[in-house]
Design a binder for this molecule. Structure first.
Ligand SMILES: NC(=O)c1ccc[n+]([C@@H]2O[C@H](COP(=O)([O-])OP(=O)(O)OC[C@H]3O[C@@H](n4cnc5c(N)ncnc54)[C@H](O)[C@@H]3O)[C@@H](O)[C@H]2O)c1
Length: 248
């Protein structure tokens, strides 16, 4: 699972699961583009990446905006000369309310940030990956996309979309040296939980057979495998990191 001198883009890497992914891939030898809407968070994570001895670039980017995404891709290529790995991790839970209380603007916002962003980021890097005949893409979906979480309908819908995008895109590029997989975490202890009600968190945790929430590092470990050459016969898959919540 050695990633020496690979170049990885990790979106939403300013905190939480994304930060853990950035650090894990850096410790395996990769140089990291730490991408986040919040530049201050990105700079803090990028500094932590540099402490591992690897290079990092902090980029402020709203992954739901194509101009931002394309500029981010250009900045990474200008700094590192290539892109080997893309981890589409940035995401939001959105309003934690029944679907009938979600207005159209909120619906569009969640679907755009959680789903369209994955299309935009993949589209931005794919021509480069296909030209070089090498690429590893991992999309961070959610167990909500497989099971559906009440109170999080737009989020669950977007994450189901991310799983569908992963499977279809993987098959489009399967002969081009580009691998596309997803992970579906259950509840993971990160700042995103502050945006949910206690009741919502207990509901989701009660459905985890292991009876505990996960850690960001436990998600990063699975992603490390999927972006490494050890996963050389694995594409179009969705790996659960859920303490056994879904079994399909
Ligand atoms: N924590 C969980 O329980 C859990 C479970 C399943 C899936 N996930 C998914 O894992 C991913 C990371 O979640 P987390 O818990 O670390 O969240 P988090 O809120 O702790 O961190 C998300 C990061 O993404 C950034 N971000 C948000 N919108 C962005 C945008 N438009 N452009 C660029 N960056 C943006 C934020 O600034 C933040 O730094 C998300 O896709 C989330 O849906 C989380």
């Amino acid at each position: 699972m050695n990633l020496t001198d690979r170049v990885a883009i990790v979106t939403g890497a300013g905190q939480g699961i994304g930060e853990a992914i950035a650090l894990r891939l850096a410790r395996a030898g990769a140089n990291i583009a730490v991408v986040d809407l919040n530049l201050e968070y990105a700079q803090k994570s990028a500094a932590r990446v540099r402490e591992t001895g690897r290079k990092s670039l902090a980029v402020r980017c709203d992954v739901s905006k194509s101009a931002d995404v394309n500029a981010m891709r250009d900045a990474v290529l200008a700094e590192f000369g290539r892109i080997d790995i893309l981890v589409n991790n940035a995401g939001i839970a959105g309003k934690n309310v029944p679907m009938i209380e979600i207005d159209e603007a909120e619906w569009d916002h969640i679907i755009t940030v959680d789903l369209k962003s994955v299309y935009l980021c993949c589209r931005a890097v794919l021509p480069h990956m296909i030209e070089r005949g090498y690429g590893k893409i991992v999309n961070v979906a959610s167990i909500a996309g497989k099971e559906g979480n009440p109170g999080l309908v737009p989020y669950s819908t977007a994450k189901a979309g991310v799983i569908g995008l992963t499977k279809a895109l993987a098959k489009e590029v399967v002969t081009k040296g580009v691998y596309v997989n997803a992970v579906a975490p259950a509840v993971i202890e990160t700042p995103i939980l502050k945006t949910l009600t206690e009741q919502q968190i207990s509901y989701m945790t009660s459905r985890i057979p292991m009876g505990r929430v996960g850690k960001p590092e436990e998600v990063a470990a699975v992603i490390h495998f999927l972006v490494s050459d050890d996963s050389s016969f694995v594409t179009a898959q969705c790996y659960d990191v859920s303490g056994g919540r879904a079994t399909y």
